[in-house]
Design a protein around this ligand. Structure first.
Ligand SMILES: Nc1ncnc2c1ncn2[C@@H]1O[C@H](COP(=O)(O)OP(=O)(O)OP(=O)(O)O)[C@@H](O)[C@H]1O
Ligand SMILES: [Mg+2]
Length: 200
């Protein structure tokens, strides 16, 4: 077993249902008494809070500063994640470096975002909750609340392209770890597919 084998990240377009599945995973593990740690990026550490302030338009930062903040948050966050993995727990993380590559590349060169993130470990499971732009937009509409920076349909199409590029780099054909989950299905069905993928 490698250190990152039980590191599970959920990725997907805004509204694809990653947070819904993250919460279900935690609930499921609690019931089954499987030790796990639920977390998210940007994290709730002080750098993560700065990222959120920019995303929510309470603070301003240019695109490079924001990408650097995300990477710095990730570097600190990984210390906690590593600690949990070393203790033998599963770690479930809502968004990870693939989100940086997918979203930050809207405002700067993909390769420059990649340079900031290339040395971070690839998770044992990258669960890509695959959903069409239309479906994820409809779900965001259903949820209500303020549209954040990236929640515009045309942008989501670009994001989806950047995700694919990121997956090619971190999971070339001979590298295991990328799992495409059918996010168009009901939340129950999506969850079943995730559980069977993880084998828990
Ligand atoms: N498989 C599903 N089928 C139908 N509705 C769903 C499904 N999964 C989640 N939803 C609903 O879609 C909305 C968005 O879900 P959720 O917040 O989990 O998405 P998200 O990917 O975390 O979004 P964001 O990236 O904006 O945080 C919620 O109202 C949720 O209840
Ligand atoms: Mg979410």
């Amino acid at each position: 077993m490698g250190l990152w084998d039980k590191f599970v990240v959920l990725e997907g377009l805004d509204g694809s249902g990653t947070t819904t599945q993250l919460n279900r995973l935690e609930e499921y593990c609690r019931e089954k008494e499987i030790p796990c740690y639920k977390t998210f990026e940007p994290s709730d550490g002080f750098i993560g809070l700065a990222c959120r302030a920019v995303l929510e338009k309470r603070e301003k930062a240019d695109t490079l500063s924001l990408a650097q903040l995300f990477a710095a948050d990730r570097r600190e966050h990984l210390k906690k994640i590593k600690e949990k993995l070393e203790a033998g727990e599963w770690v479930f993380c809502d968004r990870y470096l693939f989100s940086s590559l997918a979203y930050q590349s809207l405002g700067m060169d993909f390769d420059d975002v990649y340079d900031l993130n290339r040395d971070f470990p690839a998770p044992g499971f990258c669960l890509y909750v695959e959903c069409s732009v239309e479906t994820s937009a409809a779900r965001r509409g259903g949820r209500g609340g303020n549209e954040d920076l990236y929640e515009k349909e045309a942008l989501q199409r670009k994001v989806s392209g950047f995700y694919e590029h990121a997956f090619e780099l971190f999971y070339p054909e001979d590298v295991k770890g990328l799992y495409r989950i059918n996010g168009e299905a009901t939340a129950d069905e999506v969850f079943k597919e995730i559980i069977s993928t993880l084998g828990i």
